[in-house]
Design a protein around this ligand. Structure first.
Ligand SMILES: Cc1cc2nc3c(=O)[nH]c(=O)nc-3n(C[C@H](O)[C@H](O)[C@H](O)COP(=O)(O)OP(=O)(O)OC[C@H]3O[C@@H](n4cnc5c(N)ncnc54)[C@H](O)[C@@H]3O)c2cc1C
Length: 163
């Protein structure tokens, strides 16, 4: 009894409140990998030459990098928005914080999955090889779409508080 955290029978709700914070942290971590993958692919594309052309000069490659950069920026703003709401404390209704945290996790983890996939694609056969870190990053960030509630569950939470 002395060691119990919170009121009896309220553990589930306490855990859910914790998730409102930890999902934002998870989103920030996922974006770290997303950004690393973007920078790795960008630098590789600037270096790699095929048939006399730097691969970044192919529009298909440059546009993929543009999508990575753009999606990382958007997800970063979602993470900052949720963090700002948490910092505001009781000034923001709980349901809004929960939805914003779910959006941050969903946006960041799916962006990280996209960004690491795009990095593997940009490196071609080397992307699949263990000589480069991007295949490992792609497998690592898959977890971010699963742990602390899957992407399906994030969509469920968001759908329950549609404006
Ligand atoms: C390596 C690893 C580390 C982990 N670390 C943590 C951690 O630190 N913290 C933590 O909280 N959890 C952690 N987890 C657990 C993780 O949160 C769960 O695996 C996750 O919530 C999914 O639960 P489940 O595996 O039981 O899958 P299930 O609940 O069986 O889900 C299977 C599939 O059904 C879908 N589904 C289930 N219910 C619904 C629903 N109501 N609506 C729509 N779709 C649904 C899911 O989205 C998924 O696609 C970790 C898991 C792994 C593998």
């Amino acid at each position: 009894e002395d060691n119990r955290l919170g009121a009896e029978g309220q553990g589930f709700y306490g855990l859910m409140r914790t998730f409102d914070i930890s999902r934002v942290v998870l989103g920030a971590a996922a974006l770290g990998t997303a950004r690393a993958a973007y920078e790795y692919a960008r630098d590789y594309a600037r270096e790699r030459e095929q048939f006399g052309t730097k691969i970044i000069d192919h529009q298909a490659v440059a546009f993929r990098l543009a999508d990575m950069s753009s999606r990382i920026d958007a997800a970063w703003l979602q993470v900052l928005n949720a963090a700002r709401m948490i910092d505001a404390g009781d000034a923001v209704p709980r349901e809004r914080v929960t939805a914003a945290a779910a959006m941050a996790k969903l946006g960041a983890s799916e962006t990280a999955m996209f960004s690491t996939w795009a990095a593997v694609q940009t490196l071609g056969g080397w992307g699949y090889s263990r000589e480069h870190p991007v295949e490992q990053w792609m497998r690592d960030v898959k977890l971010e779409e699963i742990e602390e509630g899957t992407s399906d569950i994030m969509r469920l939470l968001i759908s329950r508080s549609l404006p």
